[in-house]
Write a protein that binds this ligand. Structure first.
Ligand code: AMP
Ligand code: GLY
Length: 420
């Protein structure tokens, strides 16, 4: 079959890499893709936020299956457009994508199904929000309701940080995403993520992972899109996983179906775990990046069968087959990230690296210039490895990092520390 993946990051590179290993895949196209993706797939320059343009491209190229990577096209309703055109699609509808696109909506769903999560209040004006915070006291978490590229969450550890956060969001720092503010109770604990395929009715967990959000070693410095990940995440024990499925995930999927907006796609559930219990921090309606890279390393070719079963509403009979293995991904970013960084620095040493089911360098922000691979984004490479143990995966990943010659980039040296 001919498969179109929408996106241009390391997430989409790893999806293309795993899907291509499945004999069902004849042709694979990624739009818009990047320099690493171009080594294994065709890249197409289409506006992936434009549902009509995506449908036209699919019709002209005999695409049989569309896989949507990032949240922005989902929130724009691109999966609705492709489904309406009769195309088999992996990715939720615009209505179901509200689980990521509106934090207030997710809180409503949690209320409706009594899912454990942080207590909260919602505000549409700064004066009432400031009043609430002043009466309540710190710590509190201040969130812009809408999509803010992962930047719309402000930790109000002190009263003044919380008040500044309110002013920042209502001051327009996140545009329309900040028209409403959700203020949450601060939850303590350890974070981990669970990825669940849902066809609207059946929920199939396909793996756990832990991200590293802070830019610096030992979780210091500002938040980023993620500096590394590993899977499985031992903090999500079988017992906690079952509690989270029973109290949070399955009730959410049932509530979405009850409302006539079934969730069809991958639900990325972020949990805070404390005293053997998971509470929901947030949902995303797509794979995590770089969490997807470690899941694809472990799942390999079967991911295509799972995504197809999900898109066809046939998850009831599906199963994810896990080896007893571990995967770890180190993000290499341009010097300066998550602040200002230069573009165009040359990355050497990639050609000699192994590319097999134990070692892969997935590309995020790269392009080819005069025959060289150059950095074009903040997060640039995802150096990913698999092993019998997390230690083995970590050693392989850092051996590849050390062979990459890129003075314009850096990485954390401690990915995996919580589990090790
Ligand atoms: P979100 O985009 O909602 O996942 O928030 C980004 C990050 O902020 C999360 O991954 C947590 O580290 C942190 N966070 C969000 N909400 C809370 C909360 N209620 N309590 C503690 N930390 C939180
Ligand atoms: N790594 C965090 C995310 O994909 O949202």
């Amino acid at each position: 079959m001919n498969i179109l993946i929408l996106g241009s990051g390391g997430r989409e590179h790893s999806l293309a890499w795993a899907i291509k290993q499945n004999p069902k895949c004849d042709r694979i196209i990624v739009a818009p893709g990047n320099a690493g993706i171009a080594q294994l797939a065709e890249c197409a320059d289409i506006n992936i936020l434009d549902g009509a343009a995506v449908v036209t491209f699919c019709e002209e190229n005999a695409v049989d299956f569309v896989v949507v990577g990032p949240e922005a096209p989902l929130a724009e309703g691109v999966a609705d457009a492709t489904r309406a055109a009769g195309l088999l699609t992996f990715g939720p509808s615009k209505a179901a994508a509200r689980l990521e696109a509106s934090k207030a909506f997710t809180k409503e769903i949690c209320d409706a199904c009594a899912a454990p999560t942080a207590g909260y209040a919602r505000f549409t004006d700064a004066a009432s929000a400031r009043d609430y915070v002043t009466k309540h006291g710190a710590p509190l978490v201040i969130k812009a309701d809408g999509l803010a590229a992962g930047k719309g969450v402000i930790m109000g550890m002190t009263l003044s940080e919380a008040l500044d956060g309110i002013d920042e969001i209502f001051g327009g720092a996140f545009g329309a995403a900040g028209a409403e503010v959700v203020i949450e109770e601060f939850m303590e604990g350890e974070e981990a993520s669970l990825f669940i395929l849902s066809d609207g009715v059946t929920c199939l967990p396909i793996g756990t992972a832990q991200d590293h959000k802070r830019v610096g070693d030992a979780d210091t410095g500002p938040n980023t899109g993620g500096m590394g990940a590993y899977s499985p995440a031992p903090v999500l024990s079988d017992a906690i996983l079952e509690q989270a499925m029973a109290q949070i995930v399955r009730p959410t999927v049932a509530e979405m179906a009850r409302r006539g907006t079934p969730f069809e796609g991958v639900l990325y559930a972020g949990f805070m775990i404390k005293d053997g219990q998971a509470r929901l921090v947030e949902y995303n309606v797509r794979f995590g990046d770089p969490e997807c890279q470690v899941l694809m390393m472990r799942l390999g070719a079967q991911i295509l069968d799972l995504l197809l079963a999900c898109a066809k509403g046939e998850l009831a009979g599906a199963q994810a087959n896990w080896a007893d293995d571990h995967a770890l991904s180190v993000v290499m970013a341009a010097n300066g990230y998550p602040g200002a960084y230069a573009k165009g620095s040359v990355i050497g040493g990639l050609k000699g690296l192994p590319e097999d089911s134990f070692n892969m360098v997935f590309h995020a922000g790269t392009a080819v210039q005069s025959g060289d691979i150059v950095a074009t984004g903040g997060r640039v490479l995802n150096v990913t490895a698999r092993g019998d143990s997390l230690q083995a995966a970590q050693a392989r990943a850092y051996a590849m990092v050390d062979a990459i010659d890129w003075p314009g980039g850096f990485c954390r040296r401690d990915i995996g520390w919580r589990a090790l």
